[in-house]
Design a protein around this ligand. Structure first.
Ligand SMILES: Nc1ncnc2c1ncn2[C@@H]1O[C@H](COP(=O)(O)OP(=O)(O)OP(=O)(O)O)[C@@H](O)[C@H]1O
Ligand SMILES: [Mg+2]
Length: 327
């Protein structure tokens, strides 16, 4: 399988404010290291989940992959070509082939526009249609692909007339209308009723099966990642600490942070006699990253080496990478 996306040593740092006086007198900048050097490959038709606690840098990674935020360092290749703000031509074609689905279907649709105009917007902006009839036809097709049927009944409705699940389908229809090969889905079902989550996830997987779309699926919910993805990358404080086959991560991961996430994952009753591993404290602030292994202050197994030396992500078995001195 060919690589659709390749991320090399990606960093996204923001200027953080420390308060007016500190900003004024302090010589050193307070850098928020939201993404702090990650490597990741997503293959054609593959669903890779990015899992981690709140603030670990998942959304920033997703946005950086789509050039929706700045990149402090590193390189992103899309279908083999380097994507950067400087390469305008590649960026334009990339913007059509790569799309993002956000968490909140209530905020991502313009309340003043009818569904037809919302879904057609990417076509109009990119000057890809020549007549109103063509526009209508393409929108109907996209809505039907996203499970909105009969599509004609929805064309002239406003977002407030739809349910949360229908709105998220509209968001998906607008993401699909340019036939993308890569989609970043950032917590796409976390605001939806449990009863409709499965349908939306099924729709995304169907699109992968039919069209070979690759996904980066962002979630804080490891059980969801396990359900939907081929591979899982576990992110902690701006870094990927473990990545591997979804089954393997859920069943026999090796990093203590991944183990803690797995130990609190809801599972069928027969597997329930495992020990829960509750982590001490919260994710530290990404402007004050601990020395050595960034997880060491919360790790129950940390040794002296962990405080001093940052572990690198190394391959422990084919396709299974872990960043931990103890592995
Ligand atoms: N524009 C910005 N300026 C400064 N700091 C930012 C900016 N965007 C994100 N951050 C910080 O970067 C860190 C990572 O944020 P991000 O939104 O990527 O986390 P996340 O893993 O998506 O969290 P959540 O699960 O809550 O959505 C956070 O500490 C956040 O406050
Ligand atoms: Mg987020």
């Amino acid at each position: 399988m060919s690589n659709v996306v390749e991320v090399k040593s990606l960093k996204v740092h923001f200027d953080g404010h420390q308060g007016f006086l500190k900003d004024f007198f302090s010589k050193e900048k307070n850098l928020v290291k939201a993404v702090d050097g990650i490597d990741l490959v997503i293959k054609k038709g593959e669903i890779v989940s990015l899992v981690g606690e709140s603030g670990s840098g998942k959304t920033t990674t997703g946005k950086a992959l789509l050039s929706l935020t700045h990149q402090s360092d590193g390189e992103i290749l899309f279908e083999g070509e380097s994507i950067s703000q400087k390469n305008k031509k590649a960026l334009k074609s990339f913007r059509q082939k790569a799309q993002m689905i956000f968490q909140d279907p209530y905020q991502s649709l313009n309340p003043r526009n009818i569904i037809m105009d919302i879904v057609a917007e990417p076509l109009v902006v990119n000057k890809l249609i020549s007549s109103e009839d063509e526009k209508k036809e393409r929108v109907i097709q996209a809505l039907e692909n996203a499970g909105i049927k009969p599509a004609e009944r929805f064309l002239y409705k406003y977002p407030h007339e739809l349910s949360g699940g229908q709105r998220q389908r509209i968001v998906i229809a607008s993401a699909l209308i340019l036939n993308p090969s890569f989609i970043v889905a950032d917590e796409p079902v976390s605001m939806l009723d449990v009863s409709i989550r499965a349908d939306i996830l099924k729709l995304m997987v169907e699109q992968r099966d039919k069209k070979g779309i690759s996904y980066l699926f962002i979630t804080h919910d490891l059980s969801l990642a396990w359900l939907i993805s081929d591979r899982i990358a576990i992110m902690y404080l701006g870094k990927i600490v473990e990545v591997g086959d979804a089954e393997l991560i859920a069943g026999s991961c090796l990093h203590p942070y991944s183990k803690a996430l797995v130990s609190v994952m809801p599972v069928p009753r027969k597997l329930k006699n495992r020990e829960r591993m509750i982590l001490k404290g919260e994710t530290p602030n990404p402007s004050r990253i601990p020395t050595g292994c960034r997880f060491h202050p919360r790790c129950p197994f940390a040794i002296d080496q962990c405080k001093a030396e940052e572990p690198v992500l190394k391959e422990v078995k084919p396709g299974h990478h872990v960043a931990c001195h103890l592995v």
